[in-house]
Design a protein around this ligand. Structure first.
Ligand SMILES: NC(=O)c1ccc[n+]([C@@H]2O[C@H](COP(=O)([O-])OP(=O)(O)OC[C@H]3O[C@@H](n4cnc5c(N)ncnc54)[C@H](O)[C@@H]3O)[C@@H](O)[C@H]2O)c1
Length: 353
């Protein structure tokens, strides 16, 4: 059988490659680079094709496709969300994605995105906090200490200069895991036994819990003036983390309103409740935080452009053959119209062999 041509081959970043790449670059540097890449794409927001992600819901989870294009390249991510998975030893969120060339439609990258989603979600949170949180924020609360948690804490350290992280999870084993993973990384770690304790003195409160229901991780009386809330875990219809009263007094910042109104904390509000698009703050078209006492909320749900930025960044970062392997993924007959003939010839070759 003849070897695949160069048109047939697509670089594939496996989980093993992604781990090597992250360790090679350094996790905090990776966060900084991804935050910059995402911010650069938010600055050219109008260039992108945008659509709410396509979600297929079941009683216990969701599978979603997240496409976008800037006219030069096209990207999509496959991602699931199954909060009960951890009880079977499976992850809540797994993902993979593709980047393609718009001119030919040919894929240029296939990548694992379970790790990349955690990286890009944390980088996006930190990028938003850089624009919205109080300038002197040094303490963050991290409520929900699962798979995303360490990434969230380290991105806030790298991008916003956070020095202390206060951890809380309903499962103390998750908090122990998170504290152990973060030890020795230049953060003061405080493990807490209640959410109230975790938010003491925090200027940034991140909620990143997983439960397919309207949960109330924060009630209105828990949130003092001037804090920035980074609400990550409410990202599906019927799945939220904040009491509605917090939303009614917060300045609310979102990625793409048509998607966030379906999936975010603001699904609890009237469909015309005012929200600000984060890209407009970054481009200077709208004000971010208006005063020191304002409660700001980044109602994060995760938008396709963040995955596109992350895939492009990884594509640029691939060095030699160190962090990818070529996959024989695109059929490439000698005569483009002779796909059938290619199979017949392959059959002949293999029967000779
Ligand atoms: N916005 C985004 O872009 C984005 C991206 C990735 C994941 N997510 C969401 O973030 C959430 C966390 O993801 P993960 O991969 O870390 O999940 P995970 O299952 O690994 O961790 C979730 C943690 O939340 C804890 N928890 C559940 N209810 C809690 C409560 N009431 N108070 C405190 N802790 C509680 C669980 O014990 C668990 O340790 C999920 O809901 C996921 O869908 C959002």
């Amino acid at each position: 059988m003849s070897l695949p041509s160069r048109h047939a081959l697509v670089p594939f970043v496996s989980v093993d490659h992604m781990m090597r790449l992250v360790l090679h670059v350094g996790i905090e540097r990776m966060m900084l680079e991804l935050a910059d890449a995402i911010e650069a794409d938010f600055r050219r927001w109008p260039d992108f094709d945008k659509t709410p992600r396509v979600a297929s819901h079941s009683d216990i989870g969701v599978i979603e496709l997240m496409p976008t294009s800037d006219g030069q390249q096209y990207g999509f991510k496959y991602v699931n969300g199954h909060p009960s998975n951890t009880r079977q030893g499976l992850q809540t969120v797994t993902a993979f994605g593709v980047l393609a060339d718009v001119a030919t439609g040919y894929p240029v990258l296939l990548s694992e995105m379970t790790i990349l989603t955690a990286l890009r979600t944390a980088a996006t949170s930190a990028m938003a906090a850089k624009w919205l949180a109080p300038r002197d924020a040094r303490v963050m609360a991290m409520i929900g200490n699962g798979a995303q948690a360490e990434f969230q804490a380290l991105a806030m350290k790298a991008v916003c200069g956070i020095e202390e992280v206060r951890l809380y999870d309903t499962d103390p084993a998750a908090t122990r895991k998170c504290a152990a993973n973060l030890a020795g990384r230049g953060l003061r770690i405080v493990s807490c036994t209640t959410a109230e304790d975790a938010i003491l003195g925090a200027q940034i409160i991140t909620t990143c819990t997983a439960d397919k229901q309207y949960a109330t991780i924060l009630t209105d009386n828990m949130v003092g003036g001037g804090v920035h809330i980074n609400a990550v875990g409410g990202d599906c219809p019927g799945k939220t983390e904040l009491h509605r009263d917090i939303l009614l007094r917060a300045g609310i910042f979102v990625e793409y309103p048509p998607q966030t109104r379906i999936e975010g904390e603001i699904q609890q509000l009237a469909p015309d409740h005012p929200v600000t698009e984060l890209w407009q703050v970054i481009t200077g078209q709208t004000q971010g935080r208006t005063d020191a006492a304002q409660v700001t909320l980044f109602d994060s749900v995760g938008f396709a452009i963040e995955d596109f930025s992350a895939l492009r960044h990884i594509h640029q970062r691939l060095q030699g053959a160190q962090f990818f392997q070529d996959l024989d993924m695109i059929a490439d007959p000698d005569d483009p119209r002779d796909l059938f003939g290619m199979i017949c010839r392959a059959d002949l070759h293999s029967s000779v062999a």
